[in-house]
Design a binder for this molecule. Structure first.
Ligand code: HEC
Ligand code: HEC
Length: 296
């Protein structure tokens, strides 16, 4: 809610700025769209009808099973005591990672910038029900990884940071929060809306993408891609995700953008437009992944 209000104020300011700024952001062009480097799209491949498990807790869980979930379950239902404190810290880290897990973050992105509505929105890689799917084989790592390992990947790549100690309070808090989100869900069941939407494999054209960016994105993410964190996250430059992140692959960003952006009227771009604008964003500079962390 707060973010949407602040966005309104921001937009009022940006509208003025945008109309004064007529120059098209220059495209660097050239670069071939990156092929899928081995990250599996979980997508909506495993749509299953509500099974025998959707009974008592049904009302709360139904939207998760239908893939229509958008909002955080009532934070008032977070338990009291030590566990509750951990869950609340996990939620704070999720919403403002650079502040609450500062030692491990190298940019200005929070988990919730990509995992929308505190990690609950379908097709923005929601984390509801995900802990119960681990340990699982991970193509990028080439081995079976734990849920904690998967979180580390987003720290070293999406957060352009470094791995957390496995016994750190922060990692325990994030896990507690996501387990709380997933309470009552059957272990091992893939929910509809996991991952990102599935798109046909298209070639993105960064030159066309520059025009789409100017019309549909620049008002919030700005011509230099820096956004206005923590309200609008950066898309490139030193405060964004690094070149090892899932979002740095054109196909994955296109799938994210297709379903979730532009924030005020998501779902309005065609798959081709989503690929074009992703190719444009991908042609811009960003931090390099530290290969020392490839083990995570
Ligand atoms: C720049 C965007 C971005 C940020 C920031 C980010 N992630 Fe992710 N995350 C992704 C993408 C993209 C995927 C993979 C989506 C797909 O293809 O299914 C992912 C996947 C995951 C998964 C595995 C989900 C699954 O269904 O298997 C977990 C767990 C996760 N992220 C946790 C986090 C946490 C915790 C944070 C904050 C510390 C975070 N991420 C920050 C983009 C991001
Ligand atoms: C109305 C403002 C607004 C517009 C317009 C907009 N975005 Fe976003 N974008 C956001 C906000 C805010 C977030 C953080 C997630 C959220 O709260 O919805 C975000 C998140 C993102 C992310 C994931 C986080 C990151 O920094 O990588 C990507 C990628 C993205 N936007 C791309 C785009 C693209 C491409 C367009 C144009 C097609 C666009 N956005 C248009 C506001 C906007």
């Amino acid at each position: 809610m707060q973010r949407h209000l602040s966005l309104l104020f921001l937009l009022a300011g940006l509208a003025v700025q945008a109309s004064a700024q007529k120059t098209l952001p220059g495209s660097r062009g050239g670069k071939e769209p990156v092929a899928d480097k081995g990250i599996v799209f979980q997508g909506d491949g495993v749509d299953r009808a509500p099974g025998p498990h959707s009974n008592a807790a049904g009302a709360r869980l139904a939207p998760f099973i239908a893939g229509t979930h958008r909002a955080l379950p009532d934070p008032g239902s977070i338990p009291k005591g030590h566990l509750g404190d951990n869950i609340r810290l996990g939620l704070q880290i999720f919403r403002d990672t650079p502040r609450y897990a500062s030692a491990y973050v190298g940019n200005l992105l929070s988990c919730s910038d990509c995992h929308l509505q505190d990690g609950t929105t379908a097709y923005s890689s929601p984390l509801v029900g995900v802990p119960g799917l681990f340990p699982m084989y991970n193509k990028r790592a080439g081995r079976v990884i734990t849920f904690e390992d998967r979180i580390q990947e987003c720290f070293t790549r999406s957060e352009n940071g470094r791995p957390l100690p496995y016994r750190s309070r922060e990692l325990a808090a994030i896990v507690a929060y996501i387990q709380w989100l997933s309470r009552g869900l059957p272990v091992g069941r893939v929910l509809r809306g996991r991952g990102l939407v599935r798109l046909p494999h298209l070639e993105g054209d960064p030159v066309r993408g520059a025009g789409i960016y100017e019309q549909q994105c620049v008002v919030c993410h700005l011509a230099n891609g820096a956004g206005n964190p923590p309200i609008v996250p950066p898309l490139w430059g030193r405060n964004s995700f690094n070149d090892g992140a899932g979002m740095s692959h054109v196909a994955q960003m296109a799938a994210f953008v297709k379903h979730n952006m532009p924030q005020t009227h998501p779902g309005t771009l065609t798959p081709q437009q989503a690929f074009d604008v992703a190719a444009y964003v991908d042609s811009k500079p960003r931090p390099k992944f530290n290969p020392r962390y490839a083990a995570y």
